[in-house]
Design a protein. Structure first.
Length: 109
């Protein structure tokens, strides 16, 4: 299956993505830590735009394959994303880490 993870900036505070430093990077649990599943690679990068600051939604995709014998139920993949965000155009910038979980429902038929 193909999983898409969109990353959006907060509309209330109006921050900007900083494109002059490290690109948005998502890391997932290694495949060896997820029994019954195969994950091609565990690190995914969204390349920076050419302009210094932008506000677009950034999406990363990865493929996840179920092996024979995978259990039915929910698969929870621990993950985190690293990103640069600025308070405003040419404002104070921060390099942040945000932890999250990718949850996939599994039904065998």
């Amino acid at each position: 299956m193909r999983v898409r993870a969109p990353f959006r900036l907060n509309e209330k505070t109006k921050p900007f993505g900083n494109n002059e430093s490290h690109p948005l990077t998502m890391s997932l649990a290694p495949a060896k830590d997820v029994p019954g599943w195969s994950l091609g690679q565990g690190r995914f990068i969204f390349g920076n735009a050419k302009r210094p600051e932008t506000r677009e939604t950034r999406s990363l995709e990865f493929e996840l394959a179920m092996k024979d014998g995978a259990e039915q139920g929910s698969l929870e993949l621990p993950a985190y994303v690293l990103y640069n965000v600025c308070e405003n155009v040419a404002g104070k910038c921060f390099y942040l880490r945000q932890d999250f979980t990718v949850i996939v429902g599994v039904e065998r038929q």
